[in-house]
Design a protein around this ligand. Structure first.
Ligand SMILES: Cc1cc2nc3c(=O)[nH]c(=O)nc-3n(C[C@H](O)[C@H](O)[C@H](O)COP(=O)(O)OP(=O)(O)OC[C@H]3O[C@@H](n4cnc5c(N)ncnc54)[C@H](O)[C@@H]3O)c2cc1C
Length: 459
């Protein structure tokens, strides 16, 4: 429990305006995209690394739990104050510090919104590829803490592939730098990689040096409809086998297609079991050739129809279709259990057929879509949480789906992280030895267990 005396001490560091304790303010920081709610005792808005260091020294001394928070768009409960304590919001540390056009790097503070960074570098002909669908509001700090991916991961990789170095405040308040502003750096253990994806449990990211690449000149988008999901999966495998790596290769199953049909009015759902939304990028000639190659492979593999976007307006319309899935699903039931499993891409049909079987067994509404190129499927189980029986059935189904995924050689989370929601399942995928080593790392960096406690594994 945080005392008025400690709050005064924190106020002396950040000032009155950057410390919120009123209940209505605390409610605003009590939830994330999981819809779970935990009320913090206070919210602190530090403006620089030094302030964070001083706050963590107090928290460490007084054993106050601290929960870093970017935009609160996480899907695994990572930023939620499950054990009381304070939320440390990075929204006032949102400056793009330095663009280095000679070395193709950019230094940023953690609260920079992903899309703001992308637009900033794109205006200079440069490219920061990681593109979580939440990019309009998610922060770079949250992206690094979760190692976020997105549709472009197939060709361009995920957040970890673009982080060269970090400035971190450790739970003890000490300030540490990792990595270097160079393409190569192998001095000691790779602490940058350790921090990327650590879900805010090992330190608070206060600065990041990110790698940039040249912006591709052109892109083109194809929409491909299939009567059978197996044909769609075969087309995906054969596209990659032909050495064409699309920048995105998204897929929707028939239940997701039905949901977006009202929005799109594009006449998609008639006799369609799956669709692929494929984008290629690069030089003009290359893009045209690749689009034609993909069209041929899809038709050879049983596609019912291939539409190539003729202009930017059509590209926008096709992507609108993909982005409208989440709001469209909300029409089915008030709540969504959203898992982000990954299987080897050749196993996508087995995974989808298995997931549909499990959903049927528990009488649940289910729709699946995702990043077919890297086998990352967003499994959505639509429920009404107020119906206890339906919630229990959904939880049973999730466990069986995870068992299926692991039996197919996959992983239970591709990009959303473990947080609190997947904590009960981590032992299904990791050995006890691996979990024990992770716990030792956590203890070495955070001996009093104050930073994001109650996350990833039972402490
Ligand atoms: C509509 C929607 C679409 C999404 N699409 C995708 C997608 O395509 N791909 C994907 O990967 N994710 C996706 N997500 C999930 C989410 O947006 C990402 O995990 C994102 O990276 C979280 O960023 P955030 O700033 O909101 O972080 P938060 O939710 O605030 O925090 C996430 C975690 O990071 C920690 N954290 C935040 N900032 C810091 C920091 N500075 N230092 C240390 N730890 C920190 C928090 O403690 C927490 O554990 C989506 C979410 C929504 C709501």
């Amino acid at each position: 429990m945080i005392t008025p005396k400690i709050l005064k001490e924190i106020e002396s560091i950040v000032g009155k305006d950057d410390l919120l304790t009123e209940k209505e303010d605390r409610i605003c920081y009590s939830y994330d995209a999981t819809n779970l709610k935990f009320l913090p005792e206070a919210i602190i808005f530090p403006q620089n690394t030094e302030e964070i260091s001083r706050i963590l020294k107090i928290a460490n001394r007084e054993k106050i739990p601290v929960f870093p928070r970017g935009a609160g768009s996480g899907f695994s409960g990572g930023s939620l104050p499950v054990n009381g304590g304070v939320v440390l919001a990075t929204s006032k540390m949102d400056r793009i510090l330095e663009l280095d056009e000679e070395n193709l790097t950019v230094d940023v503070e953690p609260g920079v919104v992903t899309e703001k960074l992308q637009k900033f570098v794109e205006a200079k002909g440069l490219f920061y590829p990681p593109d979580p669908a939440s990019l309009k509001f998610s922060t770079i700090g949250g992206n690094i803490a979760e190692c976020s991916g997105g549709p472009r991961a197939l060709k361009y990789g995920v957040t970890r592939d673009y982080v060269l170095g970090l400035e971190i405040v450790l739970p003890t308040g000490e300030i540490m730098s990792t990595g270097a502003k160079t393409a190569k750096s192998v001095v000691g253990y790779d602490l940058t990689r350790l921090m990327v994806g650590s879900e805010g449990t090992l330190g608070i990211i206060t600065k990041a040096t990110l790698r940039l690449i040249p912006l591709p000149e052109e892109k083109n988008t194809l929409l491909v409809l299939f009567k059978k999901i197996e044909a769609a999966a075969l087309a995906v495998t054969n596209i990659i086998k032909s050495r064409v790596i699309p920048s995105t290769l998204e897929f929707m199953d028939k239940d997701s297609i039905k949901c977006v049909e009202d929005y799109s009015g594009m006449g998609l759902s008639d006799n369609v079991d799956a669709l692929l939304l494929i984008e290629v990028d690069g030089g003009k000639e290359l893009v045209e050739n690749q689009a034609e190659t993909i069209k041929k492979i899809c038709l050879d593999n049983g596609a019912k129809e291939v539409r190539i976007a003729g202009d930017k307006r059509e590209v926008k319309k096709l992507w609108q279709l993909r982005r409208s899935i989440s709001p469209a699903l909300a029409k089915l039931k008030p709540n969504k259990i959203n898992e982000d499993i990954v299987v080897p891409r050749s196993k996508i049909p087995d995974a989808i057929i298995g997931i549909r079987r499990i959903a049927g067994k528990y009488n649940l509404t289910n729709a699946n879509f995702g990043h077919a190129g890297d086998g990352n499927i967003h499994v959505n189980i639509m429920i009404d949480k107020s119906l206890k029986d339906e919630l229990n059935r959904a939880e049973e189904a999730v466990k069986e789906i995870f068992e299926l995924v692991i039996s197919l050689g996959g992983t239970i989370s591709g990009e959303h992280g473990i947080g609190t929601t997947k904590m009960p399942y981590i032992g299904m995928e990791l050995s006890q030895l691996a979990i024990d080593i992770m716990k030792k790392i956590k203890h070495a960096l955070d001996p009093k267990g104050i930073l994001n406690p109650g996350k990833i594994f039972p402490q």
